[in-house]
Design a protein around this ligand. Structure first.
Ligand code: TMP
Ligand code: MG
Length: 216
C-alpha cells in the first residue's frame, strides 16, 4: 500500500478578511499536533514570474489585463509539481489564495473579453482542492477593519465587485461543491474553531476516500 495522500485545503477571501492570519493559525495548530503540513501562498512573489506580478501590484510596472491574468495563472502552474509531491507524500497542503482569486480579481475588472469562463480557462487542469474555505466579510465589516494597503486592487469599488464575483463563481457546479462559506465578520477564535471543524471533516473524507487528486 502506498502512502495515504494529504488533503489540499485552500483559503480564499477579500483583502482584510483575516485569511492569512487564519491560514497561519491552522498551520500552527496542525504542526503542534505533529502533522506534516506544507504552507503555500499565491501569488508566490519569489519566482521571476512572481516578481513581475509584484511589480504590477505595487504599481511599478504596467501590464495588459489579459497578460497579468496569465502571469498569475503561470505562477500557479510553476508550483504544481511541488504541490503534488507534497500531497502525494502525505502532507496537508494549506494554500493562501488559489485559482479562485485568479478568476474573481480579473473578472471584477469587467472587461468584455475577460468573463469568468475565460478567466477560469488557463487554470483548468490544476489540482482541485478538497475544500475551498471562503472567508466571507461584508463591505461594512471590511471598512471597519481599517484602511486598505497601497496595492493595486485594494480599492473599495473593486473589492465590492470581487465579492460579487466570488458569489457568482460559486454557481459553477465544481466550485459549488468545493466552497464552504465561513462568516469571517466574527471574532478570530470563533472563525478559527469553525475552520478547524471543516478541515477535520475534509481530512477524514480524504483518508477514507479516493486517493487520487482531482483536477480543476
Ligand atoms: P495577497 O494580498 O494575498 O498577497 O494578493 C495580492 C493581490 O493579488 C490580491 O489583491 C489578490 C490578487 N490576485 C489576483 O489578482 N490574481 C491571482 O491569481 C491571485 C493569486 C491574487
Ligand atoms: Mg493583499
Amino acid at each position: 500500500m502506498g502512502t495515504q495522500r494529504g488533503a489540499l485545503v485552500v483559503f480564499e477571501g477579500l483583502d482584510r478578511s483575516g485569511k492569512s492570519t487564519q491560514c497561519q493559525r491552522l498551520v500552527d495548530v496542525l504542526r503542534a499536533n505533529g502533522e506534516e503540513v506544507h504552507h503555500m501562498r499565491f501569488p508566490n512573489r519569489s519566482s521571476p514570474i512572481g516578481q513581475m506580478i509584484n511589480s504590477y501590484l505595487s504599481g511599478q510596472a504596467q501590464q495588459d489585463d489579459h497578460a497579468i491574468h496569465l502571469l498569475f495563472s503561470a505562477n500557479r502552474w510553476e508550483s504544481v509539481r511541488e504541490l503534488e509531491e507534497r500531497i502525494n507524500a502525505g502532507a496537508t497542503v494549506i494554500v493562501d489564495r488559489y485559482y479562485y482569486s485568479g478568476c474573481v480579481y480579473s473578472a471584477a475588472k469587467h472587461i468584455p473579453s475577460m468573463d469568468l469562463e475565460w478567466c477560469r480557462s488557463p487554470d483548468v487542469g490544476l489540482p482541485r482542492p478538497d475544500v475551498c474555505i471562503f472567508l466571507d466579510i461584508s463591505a461594512e465589516e471590511q471598512a471597519k477593519r481599517g484602511g486598505f494597503g497601497e496595492e493595486r486592487y485594494e480599492k473599495r469599488e473593486l473589492q465590492d465587485r470581487v465579492r460579487e464575483c466570488y458569489h457568482e463563481m460559486r454557481k459553477h457546479p465544481d466550485e459549488h461543491a468545493d466552497m464552504v462559506i465561513v462568516d469571517a465578520g466574527r471574532g478570530m477564535e470563533e472563525v478559527e474553531q469553525e475552520i478547524a471543524e471543516v478541515v477535520r471533516r475534509v481530512r477524514k473524507n480524504v483518508e477514507g476516500g479516493e486517493s487520487r487528486l482531482r483536477t480543476v
